[in-house]
Design a protein. Structure first.
Length: 646
């Protein structure tokens, strides 16, 4: 680790404005702190000698005071160390995660009651910082204050390209993080957005890649997004809109010192570094070591609502879903909205029916409460903590394995508190959790390993909801592995093989590949049980063996908006899949050296596009060397999937 140049900000301003330099253990990434009269404290992220982003005017607005660097006082270094961190989680792109990083902290501003501390972490795959406001008197926590806004603007070089998702305007079912991404627009030409842009946000800067996001978010800060900043090509951090969710709930929170803000994360490097990074999962608070999470079990899920909206209140349809899940060896069936209208005793009977076939049952809930206007039931059971805890205990005693909670539509602090309260209460009775109609992942899966997946994506349900989804889905599918799915499990509900929804232009090979290209701790297959059981034997075999948990992830080729080829390992089994977002055939060259541990003659089964039509598939077998050196051609909006379970 390198830490240089500490001095007072006023001295620095006169001598080149450099305050400190922190370098990652592998020397590939550097963060610099600097000061200027016009930009205040700046944090620059430099990778491969390229400054990919600079955050300027770093500070915190609390009560009537703006805490920021004071040019009349020295910046004080509190410490700098090299850290290593390893941990296991049941979900994600790799069950085992390891981090080496340089970590330093600095006092950058203060008044008579509080001081502002900047924590800085620099790893080979990124830079993260967070602000901490603490008492100047170590013997006391200090006064109760109101956090109004974290200030700072991310500035990008001219010509940088971006893959951004518009943040949602306030509405009855927003924010839901289900918008479209722009596809490589330059920041100079980016159209204005009334509501701003969501996190994560992806940029290409002078041949390097940058993903901006936040992690370890709690009810002090709420979830943030970006608006245009006041500087050229800049993005400002913004709190939730006052009118979203329940307008009576404030966007600000009062708390006693110390107050810790979320980590602001810059994942940097090549696209492989972005896709494979676990930085957002390293930074949050670890799970309580006194709690046992060995009961958490990722798995495949039969989800009947997409194909038949009335199925959650139809016992026969639900038993058929259990039968299909059992036939494929899938672990769960999700009973979706309005299951509370089932005849009395149906849930208990379904649990027994599933247990006899080694299939667990999960139940859907409306998160409301006052935060949404949606009528789907059951609702009003997840807001009040006492009511929620009683309901979760009740269904856990019935043998339910997990819950899906929907329709939050807020990033406000009270909404964040509800997310975390549900996770905490569910963990106490050994229930897994899936959030829908929700915020994007904020790093909670490390603190609460029972968080299996979240929606926050324009997924396959939109084939039933919108005419424009089908034509736009292929391109967006190739953006998601580089954006949304980088920061957490993504409940896209993939593998649409029927034509029950609006027109689909993806091939069946593309749809099958999504089960591997996308990662989700609960892999919900959205088509009908009969639709899957009626497939050819090779397709059924793939659906039987594809897992929902991975030990290793490797990006073999890709560019957002164009294509993605991803390899994942589960135990000794390997799965490799590619998708094409464009309307022309594609055979991308793969970085075969990234799988050089594979035996060259290892045999893979392959399903790929057939020249006879988008709904037809060709089945074959290829050695690892053949597959990696000469992969199948992907048809327009096509793909392929290969697997080896040796």
């Amino acid at each position: 680790m390198t830490v240089d140049g500490l001095s007072s900000a006023s001295d620095v301003a006169e001598s080149g404005d450099l305050i400190a330099v922190v370098t990652s253990p592998g020397k590939s990434t550097t963060a610099t702190l600097s000061y200027s009269e016009f930009h205040g404290l700046s944090i620059s992220t430099i990778v491969g000698g390229v400054e990919v982003a600079r955050i300027v005017d770093v500070g915190l607005q609390a009560d009537a005071h703006l805490y920021r660097i004071d040019p009349h006082y020295p910046v004080v270094q509190l410490g700098c160390v090299e850290i290593e961190d390893s941990f296991d989680l049941p979900t994600g792109k790799a069950r085992r995660a390891h981090l080496r990083a340089s970590r330093a902290s600095y006092v950058i501003g203060h008044d008579t009651a509080a001081r502002l501390v900047l924590e800085l972490l620099v790893a080979d795959d990124g830079v993260a910082h967070r602000l901490r406001l603490e008492s100047t008197d170590p013997a006391h926590d200090g006064p109760v204050i109101e956090i109004l806004e974290e200030v700072g603007q991310v500035c990008l070089p001219a010509g940088s390209r971006c893959w951004l998702q518009d943040h949602d305007r306030v509405g009855q079912v927003t924010p839901g993080y289900e918008g479209w991404h722009c596809d490589g627009t330059t920041v100079d030409e980016l159209p204005p957005s009334d509501a701003g842009w969501t996190m994560p946000a992806l940029f290409e800067v002078d041949g390097q890649w940058l993903l901006l996001t936040e992690t370890d978010v709690d009810a002090i800060s709420g979830g943030s997004h970006f608006n245009l900043g006041s500087l050229e090509r800049s993005f400002a951090i913004r709190r939730p809109h006052p009118d979203e969710g329940n307008p009576e709930h404030t966007t600000t929170v009062k708390g006693s010192l110390p107050i810790v803000m979320p980590w602001r994360v810059h994942i940097v490097g090549a696209l492989v570094d972005v896709v494979e990074s676990n930085l957002v999962r390293h930074l949050p608070v670890p799970a309580d070591p006194a709690k046992d999470f060995t009961w958490v079990r990722p798995g495949r899920v039969a989800w009947t609502w997409w194909a038949d909206h009335d199925s959650p209140r139809n016992p026969d349809a639900l038993r058929s879903a259990v039968d299909a899940a059992s036939a494929f060896g899938w672990e769960f069936v999700l009973v979706d909205a309005n299951w509370n209208h089932l005849p009395a005793g149906s849930v208990e009977a379904l649990v027994d029916y599933g247990e006899a076939r080694n299939v667990g049952i999960m139940l859907w809930y409306n998160s409301g409460g006052p935060n949404n206007y949606m009528n789907e039931e059951p609702r009003d059971l997840m807001t009040d903590p006492e009511v929620r805890q009683a309901e979760l205990r009740r269904i856990a005693d019935l043998g339910i394995k997990g819950i899906k909670v929907d329709f939050f539509h807020t990033d406000k602090p009270d909404g964040i508190a509800q997310f975390q309260g549900i996770l905490r209460d569910a963990a106490n009775v050994e229930l897994m959790v899936n959030f829908h109609g929700c915020t994007a992942p904020r790093g909670w899966s490390r603190t609460f390993p029972n968080l299996m997946t979240t929606e926050a994506v324009r997924g396959a349900e939109w084939y039933r909801l919108s005419d424009d989804y089908g034509p736009r889905a292929p391109v967006n599918n190739t953006i998601l592995p580089f954006t949304r799915n980088v920061v957490g499990s993504m409940d896209y509900t993939p593998v649409v093989l029927s034509d029950l929804g609006r027109a689909r232009i993806t091939t069946n090979a593309h749809e099958l590949a999504l089960a591997v290209v996308f990662e989700s701790g609960l892999l919900h297959f959205c088509d009908s049980p009969d639709g899957y059981l009626g497939q050819t034997e090779p397709v059924r075999r793939f659906l039987q063996v594809v897992p929902a948990v991975w030990d290793e992830t490797r990006l073999l080729s890709g560019r957002p908006g164009d294509h993605a080829v991803v390899a994942r390992r589960h135990g000794s089994s390997w799965f490799i899949a590619g998708i094409n977002g464009r309307a022309t055939p594609s055979t991308p060259e793969l970085d075969a050296w990234r799988l050089d541990a594979l035996s060259a003659d290892r045999v893979f089964e392959v399903l790929f596009d057939c020249s006879d039509g988008q709904r037809q598939l060709t089945h074959g077998r290829m050695s690892a060397s053949q597959l990696l050196e000469s992969p199948p051609e992907m048809a327009p909006h096509g793909g392929w999937v290969a697997w080896s379970t040796e």
